[in-house]
Design a protein around this ligand. Sequence first.
Ligand SMILES: *Cc1c(COP(=O)(O)O)cnc(C)c1O
Ligand SMILES: [Zn+2]
Length: 422
Amino acid sequence: MINHILNLKCTICGAEYQPDEVDYVCPHHGNEGILDVQYDYDAIATRISPETLRHNPDPTIWRYKPLLPVEPESPVPPLSVGGTPLYHTPKLAAELGLWHLWVKDDGRQPTASFKDRASAIAVVKAHEKGAAVITTASTGNAAAALSGLSASVGQKNVIFVPESAPQAKIAQLLTFGSTVMLVQGSYDDAFDLCMLAADEYGWYNRNTGYNPYMSEGKKTAAFEICEQLNWQAPDRIFVSVGDGCIISGIHKGLKDLLALGWIDRMPKLMGVQAAGSDFLYQAWRNGEDVLTKKPIAAHTVADSISAGLPRDRIKAMRAVTETGGAFIRVSDDEILRAIPQLARGSGVFAEPAGAAAFAGLVAAVRDGLVAADERIVVLNTGNGLKDVASAMKAVETIGTQAYHVAPNLESVARIMEQGVNA
Ligand SMILES: *Cc1c(COP(=O)(O)O)cnc(C)c1O
Ligand SMILES: [Zn+2]
């Protein structure tokens, strides 16, 4: 029994279950009945506060352990998850005509994406359950995260990714020693297959939008952002959205902080989708029901947010509507251009899905959705080294080239006549 958890509440029918009563979802709705973990905040407030955090030297997500859905005495994996930097970026802000902009760089996680926050929880939960094997489907990063976190504790795991996943992500899986299934199909196909296999073999299922604890790991980014801003919540947070678990997690973290009284207002959550994978944007724009809306065919350069049927769509839609935020849609060209713009303005190198959040901010400024004096946070969810091919395409798009020079000063001099890049 985890005594700071009140229950798991169905996001569709509101039914409440004790954690040991259900495996993952509300039994009334098949795989769609994603549950939300509800906490006893009075009990939590006796164990953690901004004051105790100030004296806690642990920089990882486990500094918030009393707010996480794990047993207090559960061992945690040794990889250092969380504690990523929140950079104040006045140069980038000025370029956009903004006054206060920060970039939270989750490309700095141990396996180089935001997904480590969730996979760390998955590894602990699987251990609590005594699971022999953990499995997940993934566009690549959730897989790499589960793979690396599992390697750190010697946990067996089986991974399902589309065979089109970027090489770097597949290399991580193989290097960490996972059993890797390269699925001949899309992420949505990999997801469905992984669900079947988990059921067939009785593996612990980490899948996004199914396992209720994943958004609980992801919420730690909201805790960090607010703590890094001295508990002065920002006005808006820009987050790229595929399955919608990250934006749901950020929302959950902010709701926790509001309930505890550690922040005094809810930031507006801005969900950024790729134009070729815009299920949630469409549903939001047209007022469609995300439970009955048909899957779309997803295609985008930002592989990590390519999802034809966002698995955490109920929570993601609420994250945007309940905070008065918006969904924003950006083209692949805007995403690619955002990679060097973000990198040059802040020193943060993002993979396409990470840069998409920044592309969303650029679009929001262009469309007059944000005021100059708002305090804005952009979340980079993945490291640029995850997808070098896209970075090369991005710099080609904007016309940046390297110079091939003979090994003598004269050839350097010929080029220097044109000056040095800013
Ligand atoms: C998974 C991922 C996202 C999107 O998260 P969802 O929970 O699927 O919305 C965005 N960026 C990167 C780099 C990711 O790996
Ligand atoms: Zn239900």
